[in-house]
Ligand binder design. Structure first.
Ligand code: GLY
Ligand code: MN
Ligand code: MN
Length: 442
């Protein structure tokens, strides 16, 4: 794992506390979740908690207490050292480790949270806690606040309310620090290598699962945790199912293979790449026409990633190129503005063109501020992923042509991860090739 510089986390906590004013924040870690019987899913830390602490164990709670004196502002509740438990589930840092390695000013065993929370929250003007997400911790927060209100007649102080830390915290997370951009670049590099590997081994007759296995083996071999999300390895018509993750079908000569896969690093930064190429190394005429169109739409949309631009413009650009091209190919009829306004393309392109990327694959941060689309700024990272999906699943809108059989079963998406820079943008996934010729082999 990359050496963690704990001053990074301290600086983030300081920024959050500065914005929260005199509100005390309660930020819980993720809990382990049951897979079946007494088996658990691999642990995945809560991204807000990780962003603020770097601490990667379940069942912990961070308190950020700007109303307390220096030396008592960052308190961690963690699972205590317990050799008998650690024999079964592995190493824990314990309270001493939380102080020495994670910069906690004070640390307690988690089972003392209920008893100690009221005293730590006393004197805060408000309590910053995300309601509805942390069922084990929420009753403790509400009870501590209730107790303050009960005692108001005697103490004369109580938090005025509960506020959400997430709008502020997610605004911070949306703008990546240089360290975060380095980590995203690394996740994208490993993810791109896996896509290049997948294209080099794909042959008719292989199963989708074999290609998936090679991709995910590469992630692990390069030290990543594994896939950032369920890898989509979809041959032919399976590619028209947007969240296809069964990955069980044999790959057919003459079909395309769509692969949407990216790795998650030890510190949770993610890659998210889609590439589509012919299973047998040669596009058919229809596949080539549609691939060239999606590529043109994707490259035009990537060009729109600029400081001062908006994700809305990125989407609108991709959409216009796609709709113009579909009219030229005869898959849509009519005037482009009207087709876009009425949504008469949605049986062929039914999703948005991208999302923020970071510690979460669909990362946090607002896309709109009321009516106003969020402005792109240096440090923001987003995916650009237009596609076309030609199948019989959705009804053709009235007035649009029925789809000729020669187009059916073609699903194409091209997805890159793009950082906004001061000068324009940087395609973090550029080492995964996407030019038409690069997708073919002789
Ligand atoms: N792989 C998830 C997405 O592209 O949004
Ligand atoms: Mn993707
Ligand atoms: Mn994506």
């Amino acid at each position: 794992m990359a050496e963690i510089d704990h001053t990074l986390f301290e600086a983030r906590r300081d920024r959050l506390m500065a914005e929260l004013g005199a509100a005390a924040a309660v930020i819980p870690a993720a809990a382990l979740t049951t897979h079946h019987a007494d088996c658990e899913w691999p642990f995945r830390q809560d991204s807000d908690f990780f962003y603020l602490t770097g601490f990667d164990e379940p069942d912990a709670v961070a308190l950020l207490l700007p109303h307390r004196p220096e030396g008592e502002r960052f308190v961690l509740f963690v699972q205590p050292k317990d050799p008998a438990a650690e024999v079964w589930t592995g190493f824990r840092w314990g309270t001493e480790g939380a102080v020495e390695h994670y910069g906690a000013e004070i640390a307690h065993p988690l089972d003392q949270l209920s008893e100690k929370l009221p005293q730590y929250l006393a004197g805060a003007e408000a309590i910053a806690f995300r309601i509805g997400r942390h069922p084990a911790v929420e009753p403790l927060v509400l009870s501590a606040w209730g107790r303050q209100l009960d005692q108001f007649a005697r103490t004369g102080t109580a938090a005025l309310g509960l506020v959400a830390p997430t709008p502020i915290l997610h605004r911070l997370r949306l703008r990546k620090e240089p360290h975060e951009l380095d980590r995203l670049r690394e996740a994208c590099r490993i993810s791109a290598e896996a896509h290049e590997l997948a294209r080099s081994i794909t042959q008719p007759g292989m199963r989708e699962s074999e290609v998936q296995a090679a991709i995910e083996a590469h992630f692990r071999a390069r030290g990543a945790r594994g896939p950032a999300y369920g890898s989509i390895v979809a041959g032919g018509d399976n590619a028209c199912v947007l969240h296809y993750t069964a990955n069980t079908a044999p790959l057919q000569d003459g079909d395309l293979l769509l692969i949407d896969a990216g790795c998650s690093l030890e510190d949770y930064y993610n890659g998210d790449i889609t590439r589509t190429f012919p299973v047998n190394g040669r596009f058919t005429a229809e596949q080539r026409d549609l691939y060239s169109l999606v590529l043109e739409a994707q490259e035009s949309a990537v060009d729109m990633v600029q400081p001062g631009g908006t994700a809305e413009e990125v989407h609108a650009t991709a959409l216009r190129v796609l709709v113009e091209g579909l009219v030229e190919l005869g898959l849509l009829v009519g005037e482009v503005d009207g087709l876009i306004e009425r949504g008469d393309y949605r049986h062929l392109y039914m999703h948005r063109t991208g999302h923020w990327l970071g510690l979460d694959v669909h990362d946090v941060g607002a896309y709109r501020l009321g009516e106003q689309p969020a402005t792109l700024e240096p440090g923001m990272v987003l995916t650009v992923e237009p596609g076309l999906y030609i199948s019989e699943r959705l009804k053709v809108p009235e007035g649009q042509p029925e789809i000729d059989d020669r187009w059916k079963g073609i699903g194409i998406r091209i997805e890159d991860d793009v950082a906004v820079t001061a000068e324009g943008h940087d395609v973090l996934t550029a080492s995964a090739l996407k030019a038409v010729d690069a997708m073919e082999r002789c």
